[in-house]
Design a protein around this ligand. Structure first.
Ligand code: F0G
Length: 484
């Protein structure tokens, strides 16, 4: 957001865009919300969007596009091979990251498949070391026979903190791990910036430089997940010494110069839908290139439609505009502050991506094997019609012996899709979560009815332990009368 001060002294997020296309949303009565949650097996992924008032499940593929992105879609060059649209996108990406090659993919996890097949599969049992995993990243690494080692700094796993870059890798842990495992047992080091599962926390340039120097010295490939680069650029500029006046393109290039592989989900970065990998090394490019036509499509589209590629080319350039990238972190901060005012536990400092409510404290009476964050996500929908995502034990994979792997953090993530919701809608969300906090003792646990083996949170079905959802809905009706 541009520097706009209010006479009142209040810190109000101010949108630097106007809305000229709208979509109708419905807010169902609480009894219907309860019924829809039951039908969806207490899994917010299984709700139908028509029953959702505000879809804050994710910021993936649902960001508002600009008029220039829509305009670009109209002039796409539809061809299987050699499309002009592809070359346009390739030029934008090479210029933005300063890297030599671009390989297109249909979304972020497709890049993770290719990277894991090339770097993990040939080294069974090797470790992929990272600040923190993302669900699909870990699934691809383990499917290819690797293991994930997480070495985010201790502060990164604390709910409340004042440390500005909680996503930083702990350098001592990195050195110790390389020493313990030996570099031949390490497939790659990965930096996710910002982090997803631990509250959208950023990584500092200083930390990336330190990690890069170690990886270069040891000859270990360094991979950068740039899906949440927009948010991270904002935080580097705002919080890191020496970057306040730096150009966003220069910061992006500086980050990329430290990495061997950069990949991204364009469902997040660039407000479109797609993905891709950037590398500068010739042999790495040639080996990865072989997999693109096999899994994604020909090298000049990689599973993306030309229209999306056009929108992405424009969207990426808009990512280098401070007014565009500051939108989400500022709204996230406003939402977090509304909740903090009522002592509701949220991850601090507020990060990018969304506001993360700590279900371990919010639902301290629910044991971790009864999925407190999943229960909280269901309760939020019943109380508000707002759809959020569980980011806790449900989103983990079970241990090899079948026992639950308890997540370090139990979070209900209220994602903030870019430029989609207004401040009044955000205030509504905070209001209903405030009500729920006052009634938190009514929330109970969940248990699986159907549990898929891989990425169980996507289509697993659960049921409540006891009749707490009905009791909660009744209390809502008592307190809110005829209000929706
Ligand atoms: N890396 C990060 C950091 C992500 O947040 C995601 C997706 C991916 C990789 C995978 O990308 O979805 O295009 O295949 N995050 C979404 C979310 C799904 O809701 O947080 P994808």
């Amino acid at each position: 957001m541009s520097n706009v001060k209010f006479l009142s002294g209040e810190n109000i997020p101010l949108e630097m865009h106007k809305v000229r296309m709208v979509q109708r949303v419905n807010l169902l009565p609480v009894e219907d919300r309860l019924q829809r949650m039951e039908e969806a097996g207490f899994n917010t992924f299984l709700l139908k969007n028509r029953d959702v008032f505000m879809d804050m499940l994710t910021d993936s593929g649902v960001n508002a596009m600009s008029q220039n992105q829509y305009a670009a879609m109209m002039q796409a060059d539809d061809s299987y091979a050699g499309s002009e649209t592809f070359y346009k996108l390739e030029d934008v990406l090479k210029d933005m990251f300063g890297m030599k090659y671009f390989l297109p993919a249909h979304q972020g996890r497709a890049c993770e498949n290719i990277i894991s097949q090339i770097l993990v599969k040939p080294k069974p049992g090797s470790a992929a070391i990272m600040n923190y995993h993302f669900t699909t990243t870990k699934a691809h690494i383990t499917l290819n026979g690797g293991v994930v080692e997480e070495i985010v700094g201790d502060e990164g796993l604390k709910i409340s903190s004042k440390v500005p870059f909680k996503g930083d890798i702990d350098i001592d842990k990195l050195n110790a791990l390389i020493k313990r495992l030996g570099k031949e047992k390490i497939s790659f080091v990965r930096i996710e910036a910002g982090t997803n599962l631990i509250g959208g926390q950023p990584v500092s340039m200083k930390n990336m430089k330190e990690v890069s120097a170690i990886c270069r010295k040891e000859g270990i490939p360094l991979v950068y997940d740039a899906s949440l680069l927009g948010d991270n650029l904002y935080f580097i500029k705002q919080k890191e010494d020496g970057y306040l006046n730096a150009d966003l393109r220069d910061i992006t290039r500086e980050i990329a110069s430290l990495m061997d592989i950069v990949y991204f989900s364009a469902r997040k970065l660039g407000s479109a839908r797609g993905g891709g990998i950037l590398v500068s090394d010739d042999s790495l490019f040639l080996t990865m290139r072989e997999l693109v036509p096999l899994y994604e499509g020909f090298l000049t589209y990689g599973g993306m439609s030309v229209r999306e590629m056009e929108a992405l080319a424009v969207g990426l350039q808009e990512t280098l505009d401070f007014d565009v990238i500051s939108q989400t972190p500022i709204i996230v901060e406003a939402l977090c502050n509304e909740l903090i005012k009522k002592d509701i536990p949220v991850v601090t400092p507020p990060g990018g991506l969304g506001c993360h409510v700590d279900a371990k404290q919010f639902c301290s009476h629910i044991k971790q094997d009864m999925y407190p964050a999943g229960a909280l996500a269901s309760a939020i929908f019943i109380s508000s019609g707002v759809r959020v995502m569980e980011r806790g034990t449900l989103s983990e994979q079970r241990n090899e012996d079948g026992s639950n792997r308890f997540a370090e953090m139990e979070l209900a993530r209220i994602a903030v899709p870019r430029r989609v919701f207004t401040l009044s809608q955000v205030k509504y969300t905070a209001d209903r979560i405030n009500w729920l906090y006052e009634n938190r003792r009514l929330i109970g646990g969940l248990t699986f009815v159907e549990e898929p083996r891989v990425l169980r949170f996507f289509f697993g079905r659960l049921e409540p332990i006891g009749d707490w959802p009905t009791v909660l809905a009744k209390k809502f009706r008592e307190d809110f009368g005829d209000s929706l």
